[in-house]
Design a protein around this ligand. Sequence first.
Ligand code: ZN
Length: 166
Amino acid sequence: MSARAVIDSLEFARSGQQLQGAIAVAQLARLTDSLFDTGGNLKFALSGGLDGEHRPRLNLKVEGAINLRCQRCLDSLAYPVEVESSLLVLTGHAGGETAEFDELDGIPADPHTDVRALVEDEVLLAIPIAPRHAEGQCSAAVKTTRDGTTSPFAVLAKLKQQRIEN
Ligand SMILES: [Zn+2]
């Protein structure tokens, strides 16, 4: 596929079209702030269709691996991306149903929907706001207690207790 895939979201859904491809992580500019590096690709699969209530939907699946920046040690944190979402295509002439639509995961019907932006949105929603290595895998973990706060007193208390037990 070309680097810039543009679809008509409503037509895509109504006619049940499908599109698959890969996007370089480096192309997802809004993701850059959260990333340790911009290497790798994300695979995506987009398929259109109608749901049980005959509403047009886009089903989007994104898979791959990105390197986030650990907020504790600022080192690289490998993060598997596996997102699957069902987006309702909002046609705009819903009238009184607008309030109901607000609560749903939806995108506007747009003949120039940028597939890359859709993928980017889904990945942004999926990644943690403050990513951290798991306990024991973070190089900064030795300085913190289990609940994440630095407390030399807790360490001292533990040492004292161990001495008493011995
Ligand atoms: Zn870390």
